[in-house]
Design a protein around this ligand. Sequence first.
Ligand code: HGY
Ligand code: MN
Ligand code: MN
Length: 392
Amino acid sequence: MIRSAAEEVVARCLTLSRLSEETGRTTRTFLSPPMHAVHELVGTWMREARLDVSIDAVGNIRGTRNGPASARRLLIGSHLDTVPNAGAYDGILGVVAGIAIARLAENTPLTVVGFSEEEGVKFAVPFLGSRALIGTAQPLLDADPRIAESIRAFGLDPERLADARFVDATAYFEIHIEQGPCLEHLNIPLGIVDSIAGQSRLNVIFTGAANHAGTTPMHLRRDALAAAGQWIHAVREFGLAREGLLATVGRCEIEPGAGNVVPGKVTASLDVRHKKDSVRYAAVDRILESAKDIGVRHVVTVEPVKLLDIPATPMDPHLIAMLSNALSTEGFAPHHITSGAGHDAMILAQVMPASMLFVRSPGGISHHPDEAVLVDDIEAALRCGKRFVESF
Ligand code: HGY
Ligand code: MN
Ligand code: MN
């Protein structure tokens, strides 16, 4: 039964991966049109698992099985949005596997949630779905009216945001692909997350002066892209030189963006991660100092804009022990692993004990169409997840 459930989980993830806002590749950003079809399918699967389905004001879809009022309620979930040109499993696996576990643990009171926005692709605001669930999303909508517009365009009501708050679960559990090479390197299918690295996300704006590419002498230019390019190289060198630090410039907007115009303005993203917050903060300061120094040399001003600062988040020790017990009982090594990727569990951990179970990523690849899972590993995750859920 669990084997066929595992095969069905993989097939369902692949089905959802075809619901995309782009032809020929998987891209599903916050409340984009294909999320309607995702809600349809996930809602059907939730009802098959005898869960009552609802969709909240930011498009999180929830399947709830009520139990005796006194019952301890578990929240199982992950996210349904994706990065551009994504794989089929980042986030989606945790929702689909959660529904499968709800079917397997058929008498356990629980709620399965599919968050509508974790990646932060559309508005550079990650974790919007889970922040709505814990009741901290309103400032995000106040700061950027486009979010409420997207909610209305999808057919939902941002005025109902407060109703999305749901904190009376006793614990949160998220199954997620590792998105890295560690479990594969150790040749084990599962890992118990002990903590999630903190992350800083910023925009760094380089402002020089646009001018004619054919008439502006090289030594008189204030070339924003030349400055940004030098800084981007420095960011990589900085990260390479520090153990455990991950520093990435993933997006670069160039204005005016014509080949025959000296670039006047560049907005570059900066993503810095480390499992120790003090190291991460010091690294961000140094990286921004280097941007300013490089700016002086190019007569370009540099303005950092903070988008996200989320602290390193330990998972709940009691839940880690329960998960370790479930894996050992099912015959799997209860290997502990730190997550470099951010997850909704970081948000839920602010209001309830949180736990994560990682599944091996063949090839260690993610945020890429080659993202994969092994059915055997999904079967292992369902076995251990069922045992963990029923131990509540
Ligand atoms: O970027 C991350 O850490 C995750 O994939 N949202
Ligand atoms: Mn992701
Ligand atoms: Mn994810």
